[in-house]
Design a protein around this ligand. Structure first.
Ligand code: ADP
Length: 302
C-alpha cells in the first residue's frame, strides 16, 4: 500500500501541475499489446459459475499462503452489486474497501472546490477525469496508510485503460473479479436502489423476477428492504434515474469494458455470473474465490 500511495502521489503531483494528457501519460506504464488468441487460452470460461478455468489464478494461491493482504479489484456494470460484495469481502479479509464512487460522492457533498464541477459530471452519468480520480484515490490511500491499513479491494477503479495502466505501473493486483448480471436486471436494480441518509446503508426495493425462456434460465432477486429505523430516511442517488443509468451503462461498455480485456489478457480476470440475489450469490462467490472455509465467513454474511 505504501508503494502504491507514494507512486500515486507522484502521479497526482504530475497531474495537478499540468493538464497535458501526454505529460500525465508518460507516468504510466505502456499498455501491453493484447493477443486475442492468448486471451482465449488464459481466460476462465465466462459462462460458468464455477469460474476458475483449468489454470488456477496465481493470486488465489498467494492469498492462501498468506503472503500478503489481498489487492483485489471489483469490475462490473452500474447496479451489478460491486459495492455489496466488495464490502462483504473486505470484512471477511480485513482489508479496506475503497470505492471511488464513494470518494466522488464524499467530495460532492463537501463544499470543496471540486464539488460543483463533479456534480455536473456525475449527474450526467459521465466519468470524472483520470486526474481527479487519482487525486481522490491518493488522498484516501494516504489517510489509510496513516492508520496502518494494508491490502485493499478497489471498487469502481480502474474504469479506463489509462487508470489500469497507472495502477499496473505502481502495484501488483492479485485478482480482478468481474461481476456480471443481465442488463434488464441492472437497470431495475439501479432504479430500486435506496440509501439511508443517516447510516449510509444500501437497500433495494426492486423485486426482480425474470422468467426463463428458450433455454435461458430465469433470474430472481428478492428486494433488500431496510430495517424499520432506516425506512423513513431513504434517499435515491441523483444519478439513478433511467436516463442517467442508461448513459452510465453506455459509458461502461465504451470505457470500462476494455479494462476487462486488459486483465483477462494478464490471466487475472475472474468472471462471476451472479446467479440471483445475495442468498444465492454470496456462497457461490466465496466458493469461486476458494474462501468457503474461511473462519469469519459467517460474521461477514451477518
Ligand atoms: P456505478 O454504480 O455506476 O458503478 P459508482 O458509485 O462506482 O457508480 O460511481 C459513481 C460515479 O462516480 C460514476 O458514474 C463516475 O462519474 C464517478 N466515478 C467513480 N469511479 C470513477 C473512476 N474510476 N473514474 C472516473 N469516474 C469515476
Amino acid at each position: 500500500m505504501a508503494v502504491l500511495n507514494r507512486l500515486l502521489l507522484g502521479v497526482r503531483a504530475r497531474a495537478t501541475t499540468t493538464t497535458s494528457y501526454s505529460k500525465f501519460r508518460t507516468f504510466s506504464s505502456p499498455c501491453s499489446i493484447v493477443n486475442p488468441e492468448a486471451d482465449l487460452k488464459a481466460s476462465p470460461p465466462s459462462s460458468s459459475s464455477s469460474l476458475l478455468g483449468s489454470k488456477p489464478l496465481p493470486l488465489l494461491q498467494d492469498h492462501h499462503h498468506h503472503r500478503h493482504p489481498v489487492q483485489w479489484v471489483f469490475l462490473g456494470c452500474p447496479g451489478v452489486g460491486k459495492g455489496t460484495y466488495a464490502s462483504r469481502l473486505t470484512k471477511l479479509l480485513r482489508v479496506p474497501h475503497i470505492a471511488t464512487g464513494d470518494l466522488v460522492r464524499d467530495e460532492l457533498s463537501s463544499s470543496g472546490p471540486l464539488s460543483s464541477q463533479l456534480a455536473e459530471i456525475v449527474n450526467q452519468g459521465q466519468l470524472v477525469s483520470d486526474e481527479i480520480i487519482i487525486n481522490l484515490l491518493s488522498k484516501r490511500l494516504e489517510a489509510g496508510e496513516a492508520k496502518g491499513e494494508s491490502g485493499f479491494i478497489l471498487d469502481g477503479f480502474p474504469r479506463t485503460i489509462r487508470q489500469a495502466e497507472i495502477l499496473e505501473g505502481v502495484t501488483d493486483i492479485d485478482l480482478v473479479v468481474n461481476l456480471k448480471l443481465r442488463e434488464e436486471a441492472l437497470l431495475a436494480k439501479c432504479l430500486g436502489r435506496r440509501i439511508c441518509s443517516e447510516c449510509g446503508g444500501n437497500y433495494n426495493v426492486a423485486c426482480i423476477d425474470i422468467k426463463g425462456e428458450d433455454g435461458s434460465p430465469g433470474l430472481y432477486m428478492a428486494p433488500l428492504l431496510p430495517p424499520p429505523h432506516c425506512a423513513s430516511k431513504l434517499i435515491t442517488r441523483p444519478d439513478d434515474t433511467e436516463e442517467v443509468v442508461k448513459e452510465r451503462l453506455r459509458i461502461y461498455y465504451e470505457m470500462t469494458q476494455p479494462v476487462e480485456e486488459f486483465y483477462r489478457s494478464r490471466g487475472k480476470l475472474l468472471e462471476f455470473d451472479l446467479p440471483g440475489g445475495i442468498p444465492e450469490s454470496w456462497p457461490k462467490l466465496l466458493q469461486a474465490l476458494h474462501l468457503e472455509d474461511h473462519d469469519d465467513k459467517q460474521s461477514a454474511a451477518a
